[in-house]
Write a protein that binds this ligand. Structure first.
Ligand code: DUC
Ligand code: ZN
Ligand code: ZN
Length: 462
């Protein structure tokens, strides 16, 4: 065999057990108490956990946005991902006005294929619904992209889709087992709050969260839920940031609606006090970070099971790029880095503090995204026959999330003062060691495009 991992404690979405793992080529071929070689490489995982590689279903690499491009491309972004134990990313192929969904998928594949260092898949972002795009929905699903993303905000960026179009995409996608992701924020309210503040001369970064109070997300989530319920669609709320949003989704789930919530590491760590800091602009993302009660509620959602996944919304910008909005917060490119910190933060702040179990960490970082996005059972677990996407996680490794320890192509870290206890020591992507003790050891372009399966049973359950 090619790789033998001895003496580790394996954690999946449902089990924790002691076993060795044998890998041949890209695939796990043996799991057992005393797997023997010969093997080309043997790793001793005594005292460590072996987790299924993380799936970050929310990245924006090399994305044109707010007059610039996100700073990480598919190379630096996936090096960062691998360094944090993420072995699959799902990025968003953004439809440009006047172009088809397939144009966007082709553009994104051209950007990603030569550079990507871990496996990847794509969501199709619908920014304009015309007869071409409507008819494309089935073909996009058949191509291996059974998930869509619709924006209820960002009119000025050309991303917003009106409610009728959202409803039509939901209804059409549902026919083919697609999942519809939504950026839920009420654009008209944002516009009202923004123009009021700007008229008062309030232009600093500290005013960004004031344009998007919790009702902005809460209302939009409820509207999206109503549309999805009527359309009979499965829906996924990206970057849930508030108690109102989370509770709306939880209540809908309890009524049998197939709605799933994702949250992001920054909403679990910070409160809106960060916007008063001198580096407040670095925290400008949408939705913005909210209050302590929201942060606590999202942790509760992870623990209780209604928040199903962790995505990073990795869309980062250098200080120079952020300074585009020095005199007007509405021009600060929105977004932060995060793909590298998902697993370390969930472990340090969640598992170590007893808020979530190790199984729950695996569910939200790997098992659930694999199930929701049609990657199961190739990804999302450790099993004979599954891809050898593995993280050897050292629960005693201390890493401060400073700019020097992280791998994004930006010059700052919003987590500068955050020290993790527990960190991925080795990341293995389809049998290849891509990260060892903070050093990237993989190869640019080795990641594969993953064609995903739609949900055969549209009554998706998790
Ligand atoms: N939010 C961000 O902060 N950046 C990219 C897109 C988004 O929805
Ligand atoms: Zn968004
Ligand atoms: Zn996003």
């Amino acid at each position: 065999m090619d790789l033998l991992i001895k003496n580790g404690t394996i954690a999946t979405g449902s089990q924790v057990f002691q076993a060795d793992i044998g890998v041949d080529g890209c695939i796990v071929t043996h799991i057992g108490r005393d797997v023997r070689g010969p093997a080309s490489r043997v790793l001793d995982a005594a005292g460590k956990f072996v987790l299924p590689g993380g799936i970050d279903a929310h990245t924006h690499f090399e994305m044109p946005f707010m007059g610039t491009y996100t700073a990480d491309d598919f190379e630096s972004g996936t090096v960062a991902a691998a360094s944090g134990g993420i072995t699959t990313i799902i990025d968003f192929a953004m439809q440009q006005k006047g172009y088809s969904l397939f144009d966007a998928l082709e553009t994104w594949r051209r950007k990603a294929d030569p550079k990507v260092c871990v496996d990847y898949a794509l969501h199709a972002v619908v920014t304009e619904l015309n007869e071409t795009t409507f008819d494309e929905i089935k073909r996009v699903v058949d191509y291996g992209v059974p998930s869509f993303k619709l924006y209820m905000a960002y009119r000025n960026e050309g991303l917003l889709l009106d409610d009728a179009s959202i409803y039509r995409v939901m209804q059409e996608a549902a026919k083919y087992g697609g999942l519809v992701g939504l950026h839920c924020e009420n654009e008209d309210l944002i516009g009202h709050f923004t123009s009021t503040l700007l008229k008062e001369g309030k232009t600093g970064a500290e005013y960004h969260p004031k344009t998007k109070p919790t009702i902005v997300e809460g209302e939009a989530v409820r509207r999206a839920l109503a549309l999805a319920e009527y359309a009979g669609a499965n829906m996924y709320v990206v970057h849930t940031s508030s108690r109102l949003g989370r509770e709306a989704i939880r209540d809908a789930q309890q009524r049998g609606i197939r709605a799933f919530a994702e949250t992001c590491p920054h909403y679990l760590v910070f409160t809106d006090e960060v916007y008063a800091r001198p580096d407040g602009m670095n925290f400008v993302m949408s939705p913005p970070i909210k209050k302590e009660a929201d942060r606590a509620s999202l942790w509760q959602g992870l623990a209780e099971g209604d928040v199903k996944t962790m995505g990073s919304d990795h869309a980062c910008f250098t200080t120079q790029q952020k300074l585009i909005g020095r005199d007007d917060f509405t021009k600060i490119p929105n977004g932060v880095a995060g793909t590298e910190v998902i697993i370390p933060i969930l472990y340090s702040q969640g598992v170590r503090e007893g808020t979530i179990s190790l199984n729950r960490l695996v569910q939200v970082t790997s098992f659930n995204p694999a199930r929701l996005f049609g990657l199961w059972p190739q990804k999302g677990t450790i099993a004979v026959g599954s891809d050898a996407d593995l993280v050897i996680f050292d629960p005693e490794k201390k890493v401060r999330l400073t700019v020097d320890n992280l791998h994004s192509r930006i010059d700052h870290s919003i987590y500068e003062d955050y020290t993790c206890l527990g960190y991925p020591a080795i990341t293995i992507c389809r049998g290849e060691i891509v990260q060892e003790n903070g050093h990237f050891t993989g190869k640019k372009g080795r990641g594969k495009f993953l064609r995903r399966k739609p949900h055969a049973d549209t009554r998706l359950q998790l």
